[in-house]
Design a protein around this ligand. Sequence first.
Ligand code: KG4
Ligand code: ZN
Length: 356
Amino acid sequence: MAPLVPMVKLPLTVLAIESSCDETAAAVVRVDAHGARILSDVIASQITEHAPYGGVVPEVAARAHLRVIDPVVRQALAEANGWESLDAIAATAGPGLVGALLIGLQTAKTLAWARGLPFVGVNHLVGHILAAFLHPDLGVPGFPYVALLASGGHTALYRVDSPGTMRELGATRDDAAGEAFDKIARILGLGYPGGPIIDRLAAAGNAMAVPFTSPMHRKGSLEFSFSGLKTAVAQHVRMHGVPTKGAGLEDLAAGVQHAIVESLVSKLVAAAVREGVVHAVISGGVAANRGLRAAAAKACAARGIALHIPPAQSCTDNAAMIAYAGVMALMAGKTDGITLDARASWSVEDAVQGRR
Ligand code: KG4
Ligand code: ZN
């Protein structure tokens, strides 16, 4: 491992590996005074391997990462002109499935050691929270901003004062928003992952035809709760059966999506107002939802909040966001040794304050 010399100067070019869940990803990102530039962004999805089980199976995920990690990293390097320009290597160290994380983390540490490059472990959630900086041509959020992270594994709000100063404002008490989409889609027999399927169906439905109460979890709090909605849908299906396409399924999907979106958007706006900030970011797989994008844009515009939602490819799990977060960590003087271990849980606060 290279000496732990703080690297504080831009430009920096970092290779990052992400393997916390069901995507094997590697990317090279260069950050200079003008911001980030994605030189390569390779993602191998395992969705088809997990689809028969209706969710991510940890053991299946780890084996699939092991199978494709080498070609994925090779491709990311090849597209970014190889090793020459690299200043450091980053990898997601948590939170996530430990067996899955270890594949990317061990690969990254080994490459760093073999190449004599500095290594830094990155918090997956911090990566999502900073993903809005990957496309400076689309505009970047100003500090401070509130970030809504809504994915299959996490749903939470953060106040972000700088790349190294973040605080959780509220999180889900039970299911994540994406998990709610996936579980409800399963109840409706729609397949996996459920979010994009419900999104498509909802576009042709009327949310008011099958209204569900928006899961607010204690009005005024910035916490979320989605398991009640899942129960309500299950109950609806027990009473009325699962409607078919063209005969109510679209309306049901629209009702479900409306309830989830309203909860997410109202809490995002409430967080921005409470914190007195005028910039907001939405990231994570659920940020691809068209209903969420439209409702958030409308609500934020009405409140004078500038909303930033990265392109879909940078919202779902990817390594470019890990590379960018890695650059920010390196600029703050952080590096990790070869002994850094994977962590199933690792809070954003602990990560930015340097607690490994
Ligand atoms: O961020 P991500 O790729 O992986 C995790 O870290 O979880 O998010 C995946 C989640 C899944 O639950 C999926 O159903 C959801 O994001 N998702 C969507 C949409 N596209 C993906 N949810 C709602 N609408 C979408 N269009
Ligand atoms: Zn994620």
